[in-house]
Design a protein. Structure first.
Length: 273
């Protein structure tokens, strides 16, 4: 629990200003105090750097963030290869630029506005919808998933090493960063594409139900595959294919839903009762 608290505190200091990325810490099994102090100092420097870039808007590289989002859709392995090179040059797995999460939150704001206009929610309703999309869909659900994957990775997937080699662990912040990357295809399918297909999806027929349910199935499977790629990129983890196991369950549920469960109607009823 102390490890989780330490990771949360070091992550959310920059995150309160829309910071994002994770770091991967290392420590010796012998647990020397000097290594711990070095890690703490590095976290402080990373937090200060992120806050500094948030204050100085022109220093955020939105072009690179857009490049990453694009390749997360067409070639996600290339993005994680870039993160690996970043680790080699800056000794951290995390990005040192908050532009990615700032851009993602901005896209959610735009989606909230579009959905609100479509359903004629009014100013207060649109604002409430934006908060729900950002706080609940993206941050809260992401924090829950990141906590689960963080615990699973450190508990069962760390490669065994002897007492005299450098030990590494997955930080909670990196797990949340993987969630941010995996959320990009979910955003594309469920927050944008679904909106444009809305006139079809709201109909009460089997074709509309099939297309709507297929969208949700595709988004969830894409999320799981992207999550697998994120943890598979860490060289000290083994058996990361564990993150692909829920794909089979998702396919089974999709087939079962075609016998009368319209996922789109249920979700729209939740957001727009």
């Amino acid at each position: 629990m102390s490890s989780l608290f330490f990771s949360l505190s070091n992550y959310f200091l920059p995150f309160m200003a829309h910071s994002i990325l994770p770091t991967a810490s290392t420590s010796y099994h012998l647990g020397q105090n000097n290594d711990l102090n070095t890690s703490n100092n590095r976290h402080r420097r990373n937090s200060s750097s992120l806050l500094h870039k948030l204050v100085r808007y022109p220093h955020m590289d939105f072009e690179f963030a857009l490049w990453q989002m694009g390749y997360l859709l067409i070639a996600p392995r290339r993005v994680y290869r870039n993160i690996y090179y970043h680790k080699q040059t800056k000794n951290q797995w995390s990005r040192d630029d908050p532009a990615f999460i700032v851009l993602l939150v901005s896209l959610l704001i735009v989606s909230g506005l579009l959905w609100g206009i479509t359903y004629h929610l009014g100013g207060a309703g649109v604002l409430k919808l934006m908060v729900r999309m950002i706080v609940i869909d993206f941050l809260l659900m992401g924090a829950m998933i990141a906590t689960f994957t963080w615990y699973l990775s450190n508990k069962f997937l760390i490669q065994n090493t002897n007492a005299y080699t450098l030990s590494q662990s997955v930080e909670w912040a990196y797990a949340f960063d993987v969630h941010c990357n995996s959320f990009v295809p979910v955003y594309l399918i469920l927050y944008l594409v679904q909106l444009f297909f809305l006139p079809l999806l709201v109909k009460f027929n089997w074709i509309a139900m099939f297309i709507g349910n297929l969208m949700y199935c595709t988004a969830f499977i894409w999320y799981m595959v992207s999550t697998f790629l994120g943890f598979n990129a860490l060289p000290f983890l083994v058996h990361t294919e564990l993150f692909l196991y829920p794909v089979a369950l998702c396919i089974v549920l999709f087939v079962a839903s075609l016998f009368g469960v319209n996922i789109t109607h249920s979700v729209l009823h939740y957001y727009f009762p």
